[in-house]
Design a protein around this ligand. Structure first.
Ligand code: APR
Length: 228
């Protein structure tokens, strides 16, 4: 089986009703990113930061994967598919994708601020005073701006064995995620799905200027015909 690697960003969840980061004047769901997505914000106003992610977690429960997420999951019948996502939602998994790596963390997990190896699943809200067994405050298992991206090396290794690379719904402005396509083998065919004019500096790129929920099922159909 050929190895298909998908790099996804906020735009793939836009068609499920989750707002992207950079399509709204630097605000994310009415918050300034610096007020809710940085270690400084967590230290200065933990209740605000925890509540912001509680709201995102609640929103996720009323959100469904779209036709694009489902098309990627179905490609597992034809390809070995690895999804590397910048998104913290679980829509790829809920659509049926079985190999999903979250570069920027996961909304449905929390970890201890004092014992970072303590990571657990969370369904509801977390508050100041919710502690790990060792007594450390729990925080969202999210990579904030300015924090290291622990999954980066694993992601780069996955991209380096791609036969086909698909980049969907990302503005490609946040590093190091935006540098990942550079690890693809030379001349690996790359498909970019984005309704805007985002371009990348690589040979062999096909641009699909469509919304993900429209362009992805069409591309999946074509990939199945070409490689099935
Ligand atoms: N289908 C496909 N792409 C879309 C759609 C859609 N329906 N709607 C918007 N887009 C595109 C936009 O054109 C834009 O290029 O999705 C991209 C979203 O860009 P960003 O909001 O910057 O999201 P992303 O690239 O995932 O951001 C990266 O930044 O804030 C941090 O950590 C956060 O993971 C996030 C990272």
């Amino acid at each position: 089986m050929k190895h298909l690697v998908v790099l996804s960003g906020a735009g793939v969840s836009a068609d499920s009703g989750i707002k992207t980061f950079r399509d709204a004047d630097g605000l994310w769901e009415n918050y300034r990113v610096e007020d809710v997505c940085t270690p400084e914000a967590l230290a200065a106003n933990p209740a605000l930061v925890l509540d912001f992610y509680n709201q995102r977690r609640r929103q996720l429960k009323t959100t469904q994967p779209n036709a694009g997420h489902i098309a990627i999951a179905e490609l597992e019948k034809v390809f070995k598919v690895d999804v590397i996502t910048q998104n913290v939602d679980n829509l790829h998994e809920r659509a049926g994708s079985t190999r999903v790596l979250h570069l920027h963390g996961e909304l449905t997990k929390v970890r201890s601020m004092t014992h970072p190896a303590y990571i657990c699943e969370v369904d509801g809200d977390i508050a100041v005073g919710d502690l790990c067994p060792q007594g450390g405050q729990l925080r969202p298992h999210i990579v904030f701006f300015g924090e290291a991206v622990p999954m980066l090396e694993r992601a780069a290794a996955i991209v380096s064995t791609a036969d086909l690379l698909l980049i969907a719904g990302t503005s490609m402005v946040v590093y190091p995620a935006a540098s990942l396509y550079g690890y693809a083998p030379q001349n690996c065919p790359i498909y970019v799905i984005n309704p805007d004019a985002t371009t990348i500096a690589a040979p062999n790129v096909t641009y699909i200027r469509e919304r993900f929920a429209v362009g992805m099922p069409q591309l999946a159909q074509q990939l199945k015909m070409d490689n099935g």
